[in-house]
Each structure stands twice: as C-alpha cells, then as structure tokens.
Design a protein around this ligand. Sequence first.
Ligand code: NDP
Length: 385
Amino acid sequence: MAKILCVLYDDPVDGYPATYARDDLPVIERYPDGQTLPSPKGVDFTPGHLLGSVTGELGLRSYLESQGHTLVVTSDKDGPDSVFERELVDADVVISQPFWPAYLTPERIAKAPNLKLAVTAGIGSDHVDLSAAIDAGITVAEVTYCNSISVAEHVVMMILGLVRNYIPSYKIVVDGGWNIADAVARSYDLEGMQVGTVAAGRIGLAVLRRLAPFDVRLHYTDRHRLPAAVEEELGLTFHASAQEMVPHLDVVTINAPLHPETEGLFGDKLLSTMKRGAYLINTARGKIADRDAIVRALESGQLAGYAGDVWYPQPAPAEHPWRSMPHHGMTPHISGSSLSAQARYAAGTREILESWFDGTPIRDEYLIVDGGKLAGTGAHSYSTK
Ligand code: NDP
C-alpha cells in the first residue's frame, strides 16, 4: 500500500467555504484541440467547490483510503522542519500544485528512496528537478490542458487591465475619489497595438485567439511553427526568436515553460530592445524574467506596465520588490486555480493515480518524465540541463 503526500495551499483565512457564489460550472466536453477532459472512473467531490486548499484535499481521500493507501495533506512545505520534508522520507507519491509548489530538489529526491511518482495538479513541473527525477527513475506527470484556458483568460484580463489603467482607476473609486485625469493619464486603447506571445502552445495560442477580435496585430515565436492555416486565420507574424520579435511589439505575453532555454530570458538586455512603454505580461513562470531588471525597466519607463501571477519563490516574501514596483498588476499565483480549473485538475490527478495503481498507462499527454527520460508532453515542451 502506498503513502501519498499531497501539498496544497492553505484554506481561506476565514475558513473553508460553506457556500459558493455560483451553483454550478458550465459543462465543457473537450479542449480546443480535441483532447478529452480528465476521465477518472469516479470523483468524490462537487465540481465548483474549493479543492485546491488543504481541506479540499483534491477530493482524493475516500478514493485513496478505500484502496488501502495513506493520504497525508499539508501546506507546510518549506525548510528542513516542514511537514513535507519530514513526511517525504517514506512517501511513494508526491502531489503538488504550481501555485504552492513543493520544490522537489535533488537533495529532497535523494532523501525519498520510495518516491516513484510526482504528480503536478496543474501544468508546469519545473518545481521538480527533472534531471534528478530522471536519474532516480521517478515518473513526473501533470494534467495537461486542465487550466490552459483559465490562464489565457487571465492574460487577456491583465493586458486590458494594464493598457487601460484599470487597477489605479478602480483604486480611485475605492478611495472615494473622482479625478478622471489621474485615471486616464496612462490609459490607452488596445486596438491597433502590436501584440505577441513568446510560445504559442496551448495557452499562447488561446491568448492569440482571444485577442484577435480586438483588432490588434498578432505575433508569435515558438520552437515549432503553427500550421499555415492557423497563421492565416489569425493573421499571425512568426518570428524566429524572442529577440527578433520583441522590438516590434507594444504588448508581450510570455507563455513558455521554465527550462534552461527560457530561464532569465527577460533580463536587462532583452528589455532594452523593447519599445519604450511596452507592456509585459508573464503568467508562465517568475524565473523567466529577471526580478530586478523588471523593477529597473518599470522605474525608468522602459516598461509601461508588468503583470502576471508567477513569482520566485512562491509564496513570494513580503519584501519581494514586485509587490511595490510602479505600474504593476501582479496577483498571487491564481490564474490556473479558478474553481473551474480545480475541478479539472482534481479529476485529472485522480485519473493519473487510478492509472498508476491499476498498472495501466498514464495518458501520453500527461507525461513529463517516464522511464528515465523526458516523455510525452515533456519530450515536446521541456529540455534538461
Ligand atoms: P504547452 O506545452 O502547450 O506550450 C508550451 C509552448 O512553449 C510549446 O509550444 C513549446 O514549444 C514552447 N516553448 C518551449 N520552449 C520555448 C522557447 N525556448 N522559446 C519559445 N517557445 C518555447 O504548455 P501550456 O501552454 O499549457 O503552458 C505553458 C506554460 O505556462 C507552462 O509550462 C507553465 O509554466 C505555465 N502555466 C502557468 C499557469 C498559471 O497558473 N500561471 C498554469 C498553467 C501553465 P514546442 O512545443 O513547439 O517545442
């Protein structure tokens, strides 16, 4: 029987919800590329309820315990005295969410001889040292597509929020004010702007599709080119690299995984080639941008705004400069953890666990590392050092 160690974010400060703002979730049959939604044999939760926090337990307890397994759920994940580090020593399976990542470093992997499966309840397994997982024979799987559209919606919201100066304008209202000039002195229309994405995978392409009706000029760069029909339909301009693309853009959105090719990509050098007053939206991973270079670019006016929901480390310390830099629209890491997304990634996690314990293959699209190498989606989208 296995021990499953699950790291989730804390419950709301005023307690686990007794009621919800809405009674149901829309039914979605398939993802835009035709991939089917998670299809476990059953679920023991109500879609639309809070599943990603400790009390929600991703709806897994009764299923796992009915199979004789042990489930340990904690939010205490950092430092040698954390519950995570203590419980890891004899865990067979670790489940973690990118929003509240349980960093699986080489040192931690070395302390976990039984660990054979690391599940990301979400997308983006960079909190797992993939090279160390490969060496230790650990399978890494994530719930591909579960929150790609959730993030794409957040990106569109943040682009509009920055360009139209929404957050300072909202603050004027909350503070009892009415100074229109203060609100509009940094407010523009998105219409006609040059907007581009670094990576046009599931999220990047969904962002492009959602922005097309705003009558903007769309650009992208990616390691693989999109089909010509898609480029034509959306009027996309392809660029061979981020370096080639960003000087042309008013708005840049980052939608690539964090791996050695993308870490630190948006540093002083690349930022200095952007148009003065460009906007940068990063909902991919905090480390793709250089923390202090972003602050400098906002302070100098090189960037007119920066928004996103990804930081390093997470949770971000109280003194993290992105909390107080000018013209930012940061949120905590929430874009992929809407209640809608939680229902999908909880079901996907259950599907992965069912496959694992039944000895049947995990869907190829969920695999990042398997059999001692990058596999499935991981072989396509990631690289190792
Ligand atoms: P996909 O795998 O569908 O897309 C990733 C794309 O990035 C692929 O098209 C890939 O190229 C491309 N890519 C990889 N490396 C580079 C590079 N060096 N330069 C340009 N393009 C590159 O993933 P998703 O779109 O679903 O997610 C993307 C990322 O977004 C995740 O890895 C994760 O880090 C982040 N994310 C954030 C969330 C949040 O809550 N904020 C939630 C979900 C994801 P190709 O495949 O063509 O080689």
